[in-house]
Design a protein around this ligand. Structure first.
Ligand code: IPM
Ligand code: MN
Length: 335
């Protein structure tokens, strides 16, 4: 899906993270190992727990080391005792920005049907390095009656264009349909840039049919008529929100995988869901999102046949229920 095949041993960084992260990553690796994929494993102890231990968030040496590996396979990070934003900005977003993981690729298998099958699938391509996530803004006169908070949205022509182009290239390999989701009726500056860029790129892909939805309307369609979508392209924050909804309407957030891609370099694979500290150790965490993220990583590593086998196994009815490790075992049994 992402790269041509290769026969070198892959170098994979493993970052289980916090909460249920290590539990679901273990199941993903169980599945990858069962396929006989050979890789060099490099473990990284990072996340909220590590921060509480010794204050480490994401040292520059580790970022530099990551530039030299093939992929990073992650669980989830976040611990209740760490101030909000510290790990999110300091680890996850820093990684996305520094390694220029500019595509956040979130496929939704579609709703599982009663017979254990899966309905129509669709993909959200979320811009992953700009928008409100860029951190523009600040607090003036904090904690006074005159305090002011601003939080800007950064949209560069280059950043928007490469993301839109990725969506059109993907559409050419799928059913040749792309929907832009934005809020051009209110966000007239950034919306204008996105819309013009989208239309200009679209002109280079005459075979691809296009559509546009405001993000609020898209929320209704996600619930009532997701069949209208194939590839959706959108900005960072809209994509964040829409992909949680996408998970919720296609079997639950426990099934939704992510690829944070730098299409020419090291990329990072993780479930959409978080660390869910409330269910740690209960066996309730669904490892399917992590297992499917592992399949996307195999695509990136040129192991698409193995990736397809994982995806096929994950749609079997036997993988619908069970504890974390029972679901992992059920996927292995159906490879
Ligand atoms: C996601 C998460 C992250 C985001 C958070 C944890 C920073 O919600 O990957 O969707 O907002 O991108
Ligand atoms: Mn999110």
């Amino acid at each position: 899906m992402f790269q041509e095949g290769s026969n070198v041993t892959h170098r994979i960084g493993i970052m289980g993270g916090d909460g249920i992260g290590p539990e679901v990553v273990a199941e993903g690796l169980k599945v990858i190992d069962a396929l006989g994929i050979e890789y060099e494993r490099i473990d990284y102890d990072l996340g909220g727990e590590r921060y509480l231990k010794d204050g480490t968030v994401l040292p520059q040496e580790i970022i530099d080391e990551w530039r030299g590996i093939d992929a990073l396979y992650a669980g989830a990070v976040g611990t209740p005792d760490v101030p909000p934003g510290l790990i999110e900005r300091g680890l996850l977003l820093k990684m996305r920005f520094e390694l220029d993981l500019y595509i956040n690729y979130r496929p939704f298998l579609g709703a599982r049907t009663d017979d254990g099958g899966v309905s129509h699938d669709f993909v959200v391509i979320r811009e992953n390095t700009e928008g409100t996530y860029a951190g523009e803004g600040g607090l003036l006169r904090a904690n006074t009656p005159h305090e002011i908070a601003t939080q800007g949205s950064v949209n560069t022509r280059m950043g928007v264009e490469r993301c839109v182009r990725y969506a059109f290239d993907l559409a050419m390999k799928r059913s040749k349909h792309v929907t832009l989701v934005h809020k051009t009726n209110v966000l007239t500056f950034s919306g204008d840039l996105w819309e013009r860029t989208f239309n200009e790129v679209a002109a280079e892909y005459p075979e691809v049919e296009t559509a546009y939805n405001h993000v609020d309307a898209a929320c209704i369609y996600f619930v009532q008529d997701p069949q209208r979508y194939d590839v959706i392209v959108t900005d960072n924050l809209f994509g964040d929100i829409l992909t949680d909804l996408g998970g919720a309407v296609s079997g639950g957030i426990g099934l939704a995988p992510t690829a944070n891609l730098n299409p020419n370099g090291m990329s990072m694979f993780e479930p959409v869901h978080g660390s869910a500290p409330d269910i740690v150790g209960t066996g309730k965490a669904n490892p399917i999102a992590a297992i499917l993220s592992g399949a996307m990583m195999l695509d990136h590593l040129g192991e698409s046949e193995a990736a397809d086998r994982i995806r096929a196994a994950c749609t079997e009815p036997e993988t619908l229920t069970g504890t974390t490790s029972e679901i992992g075992d059920a996927v292995v049994a159906r490879l």
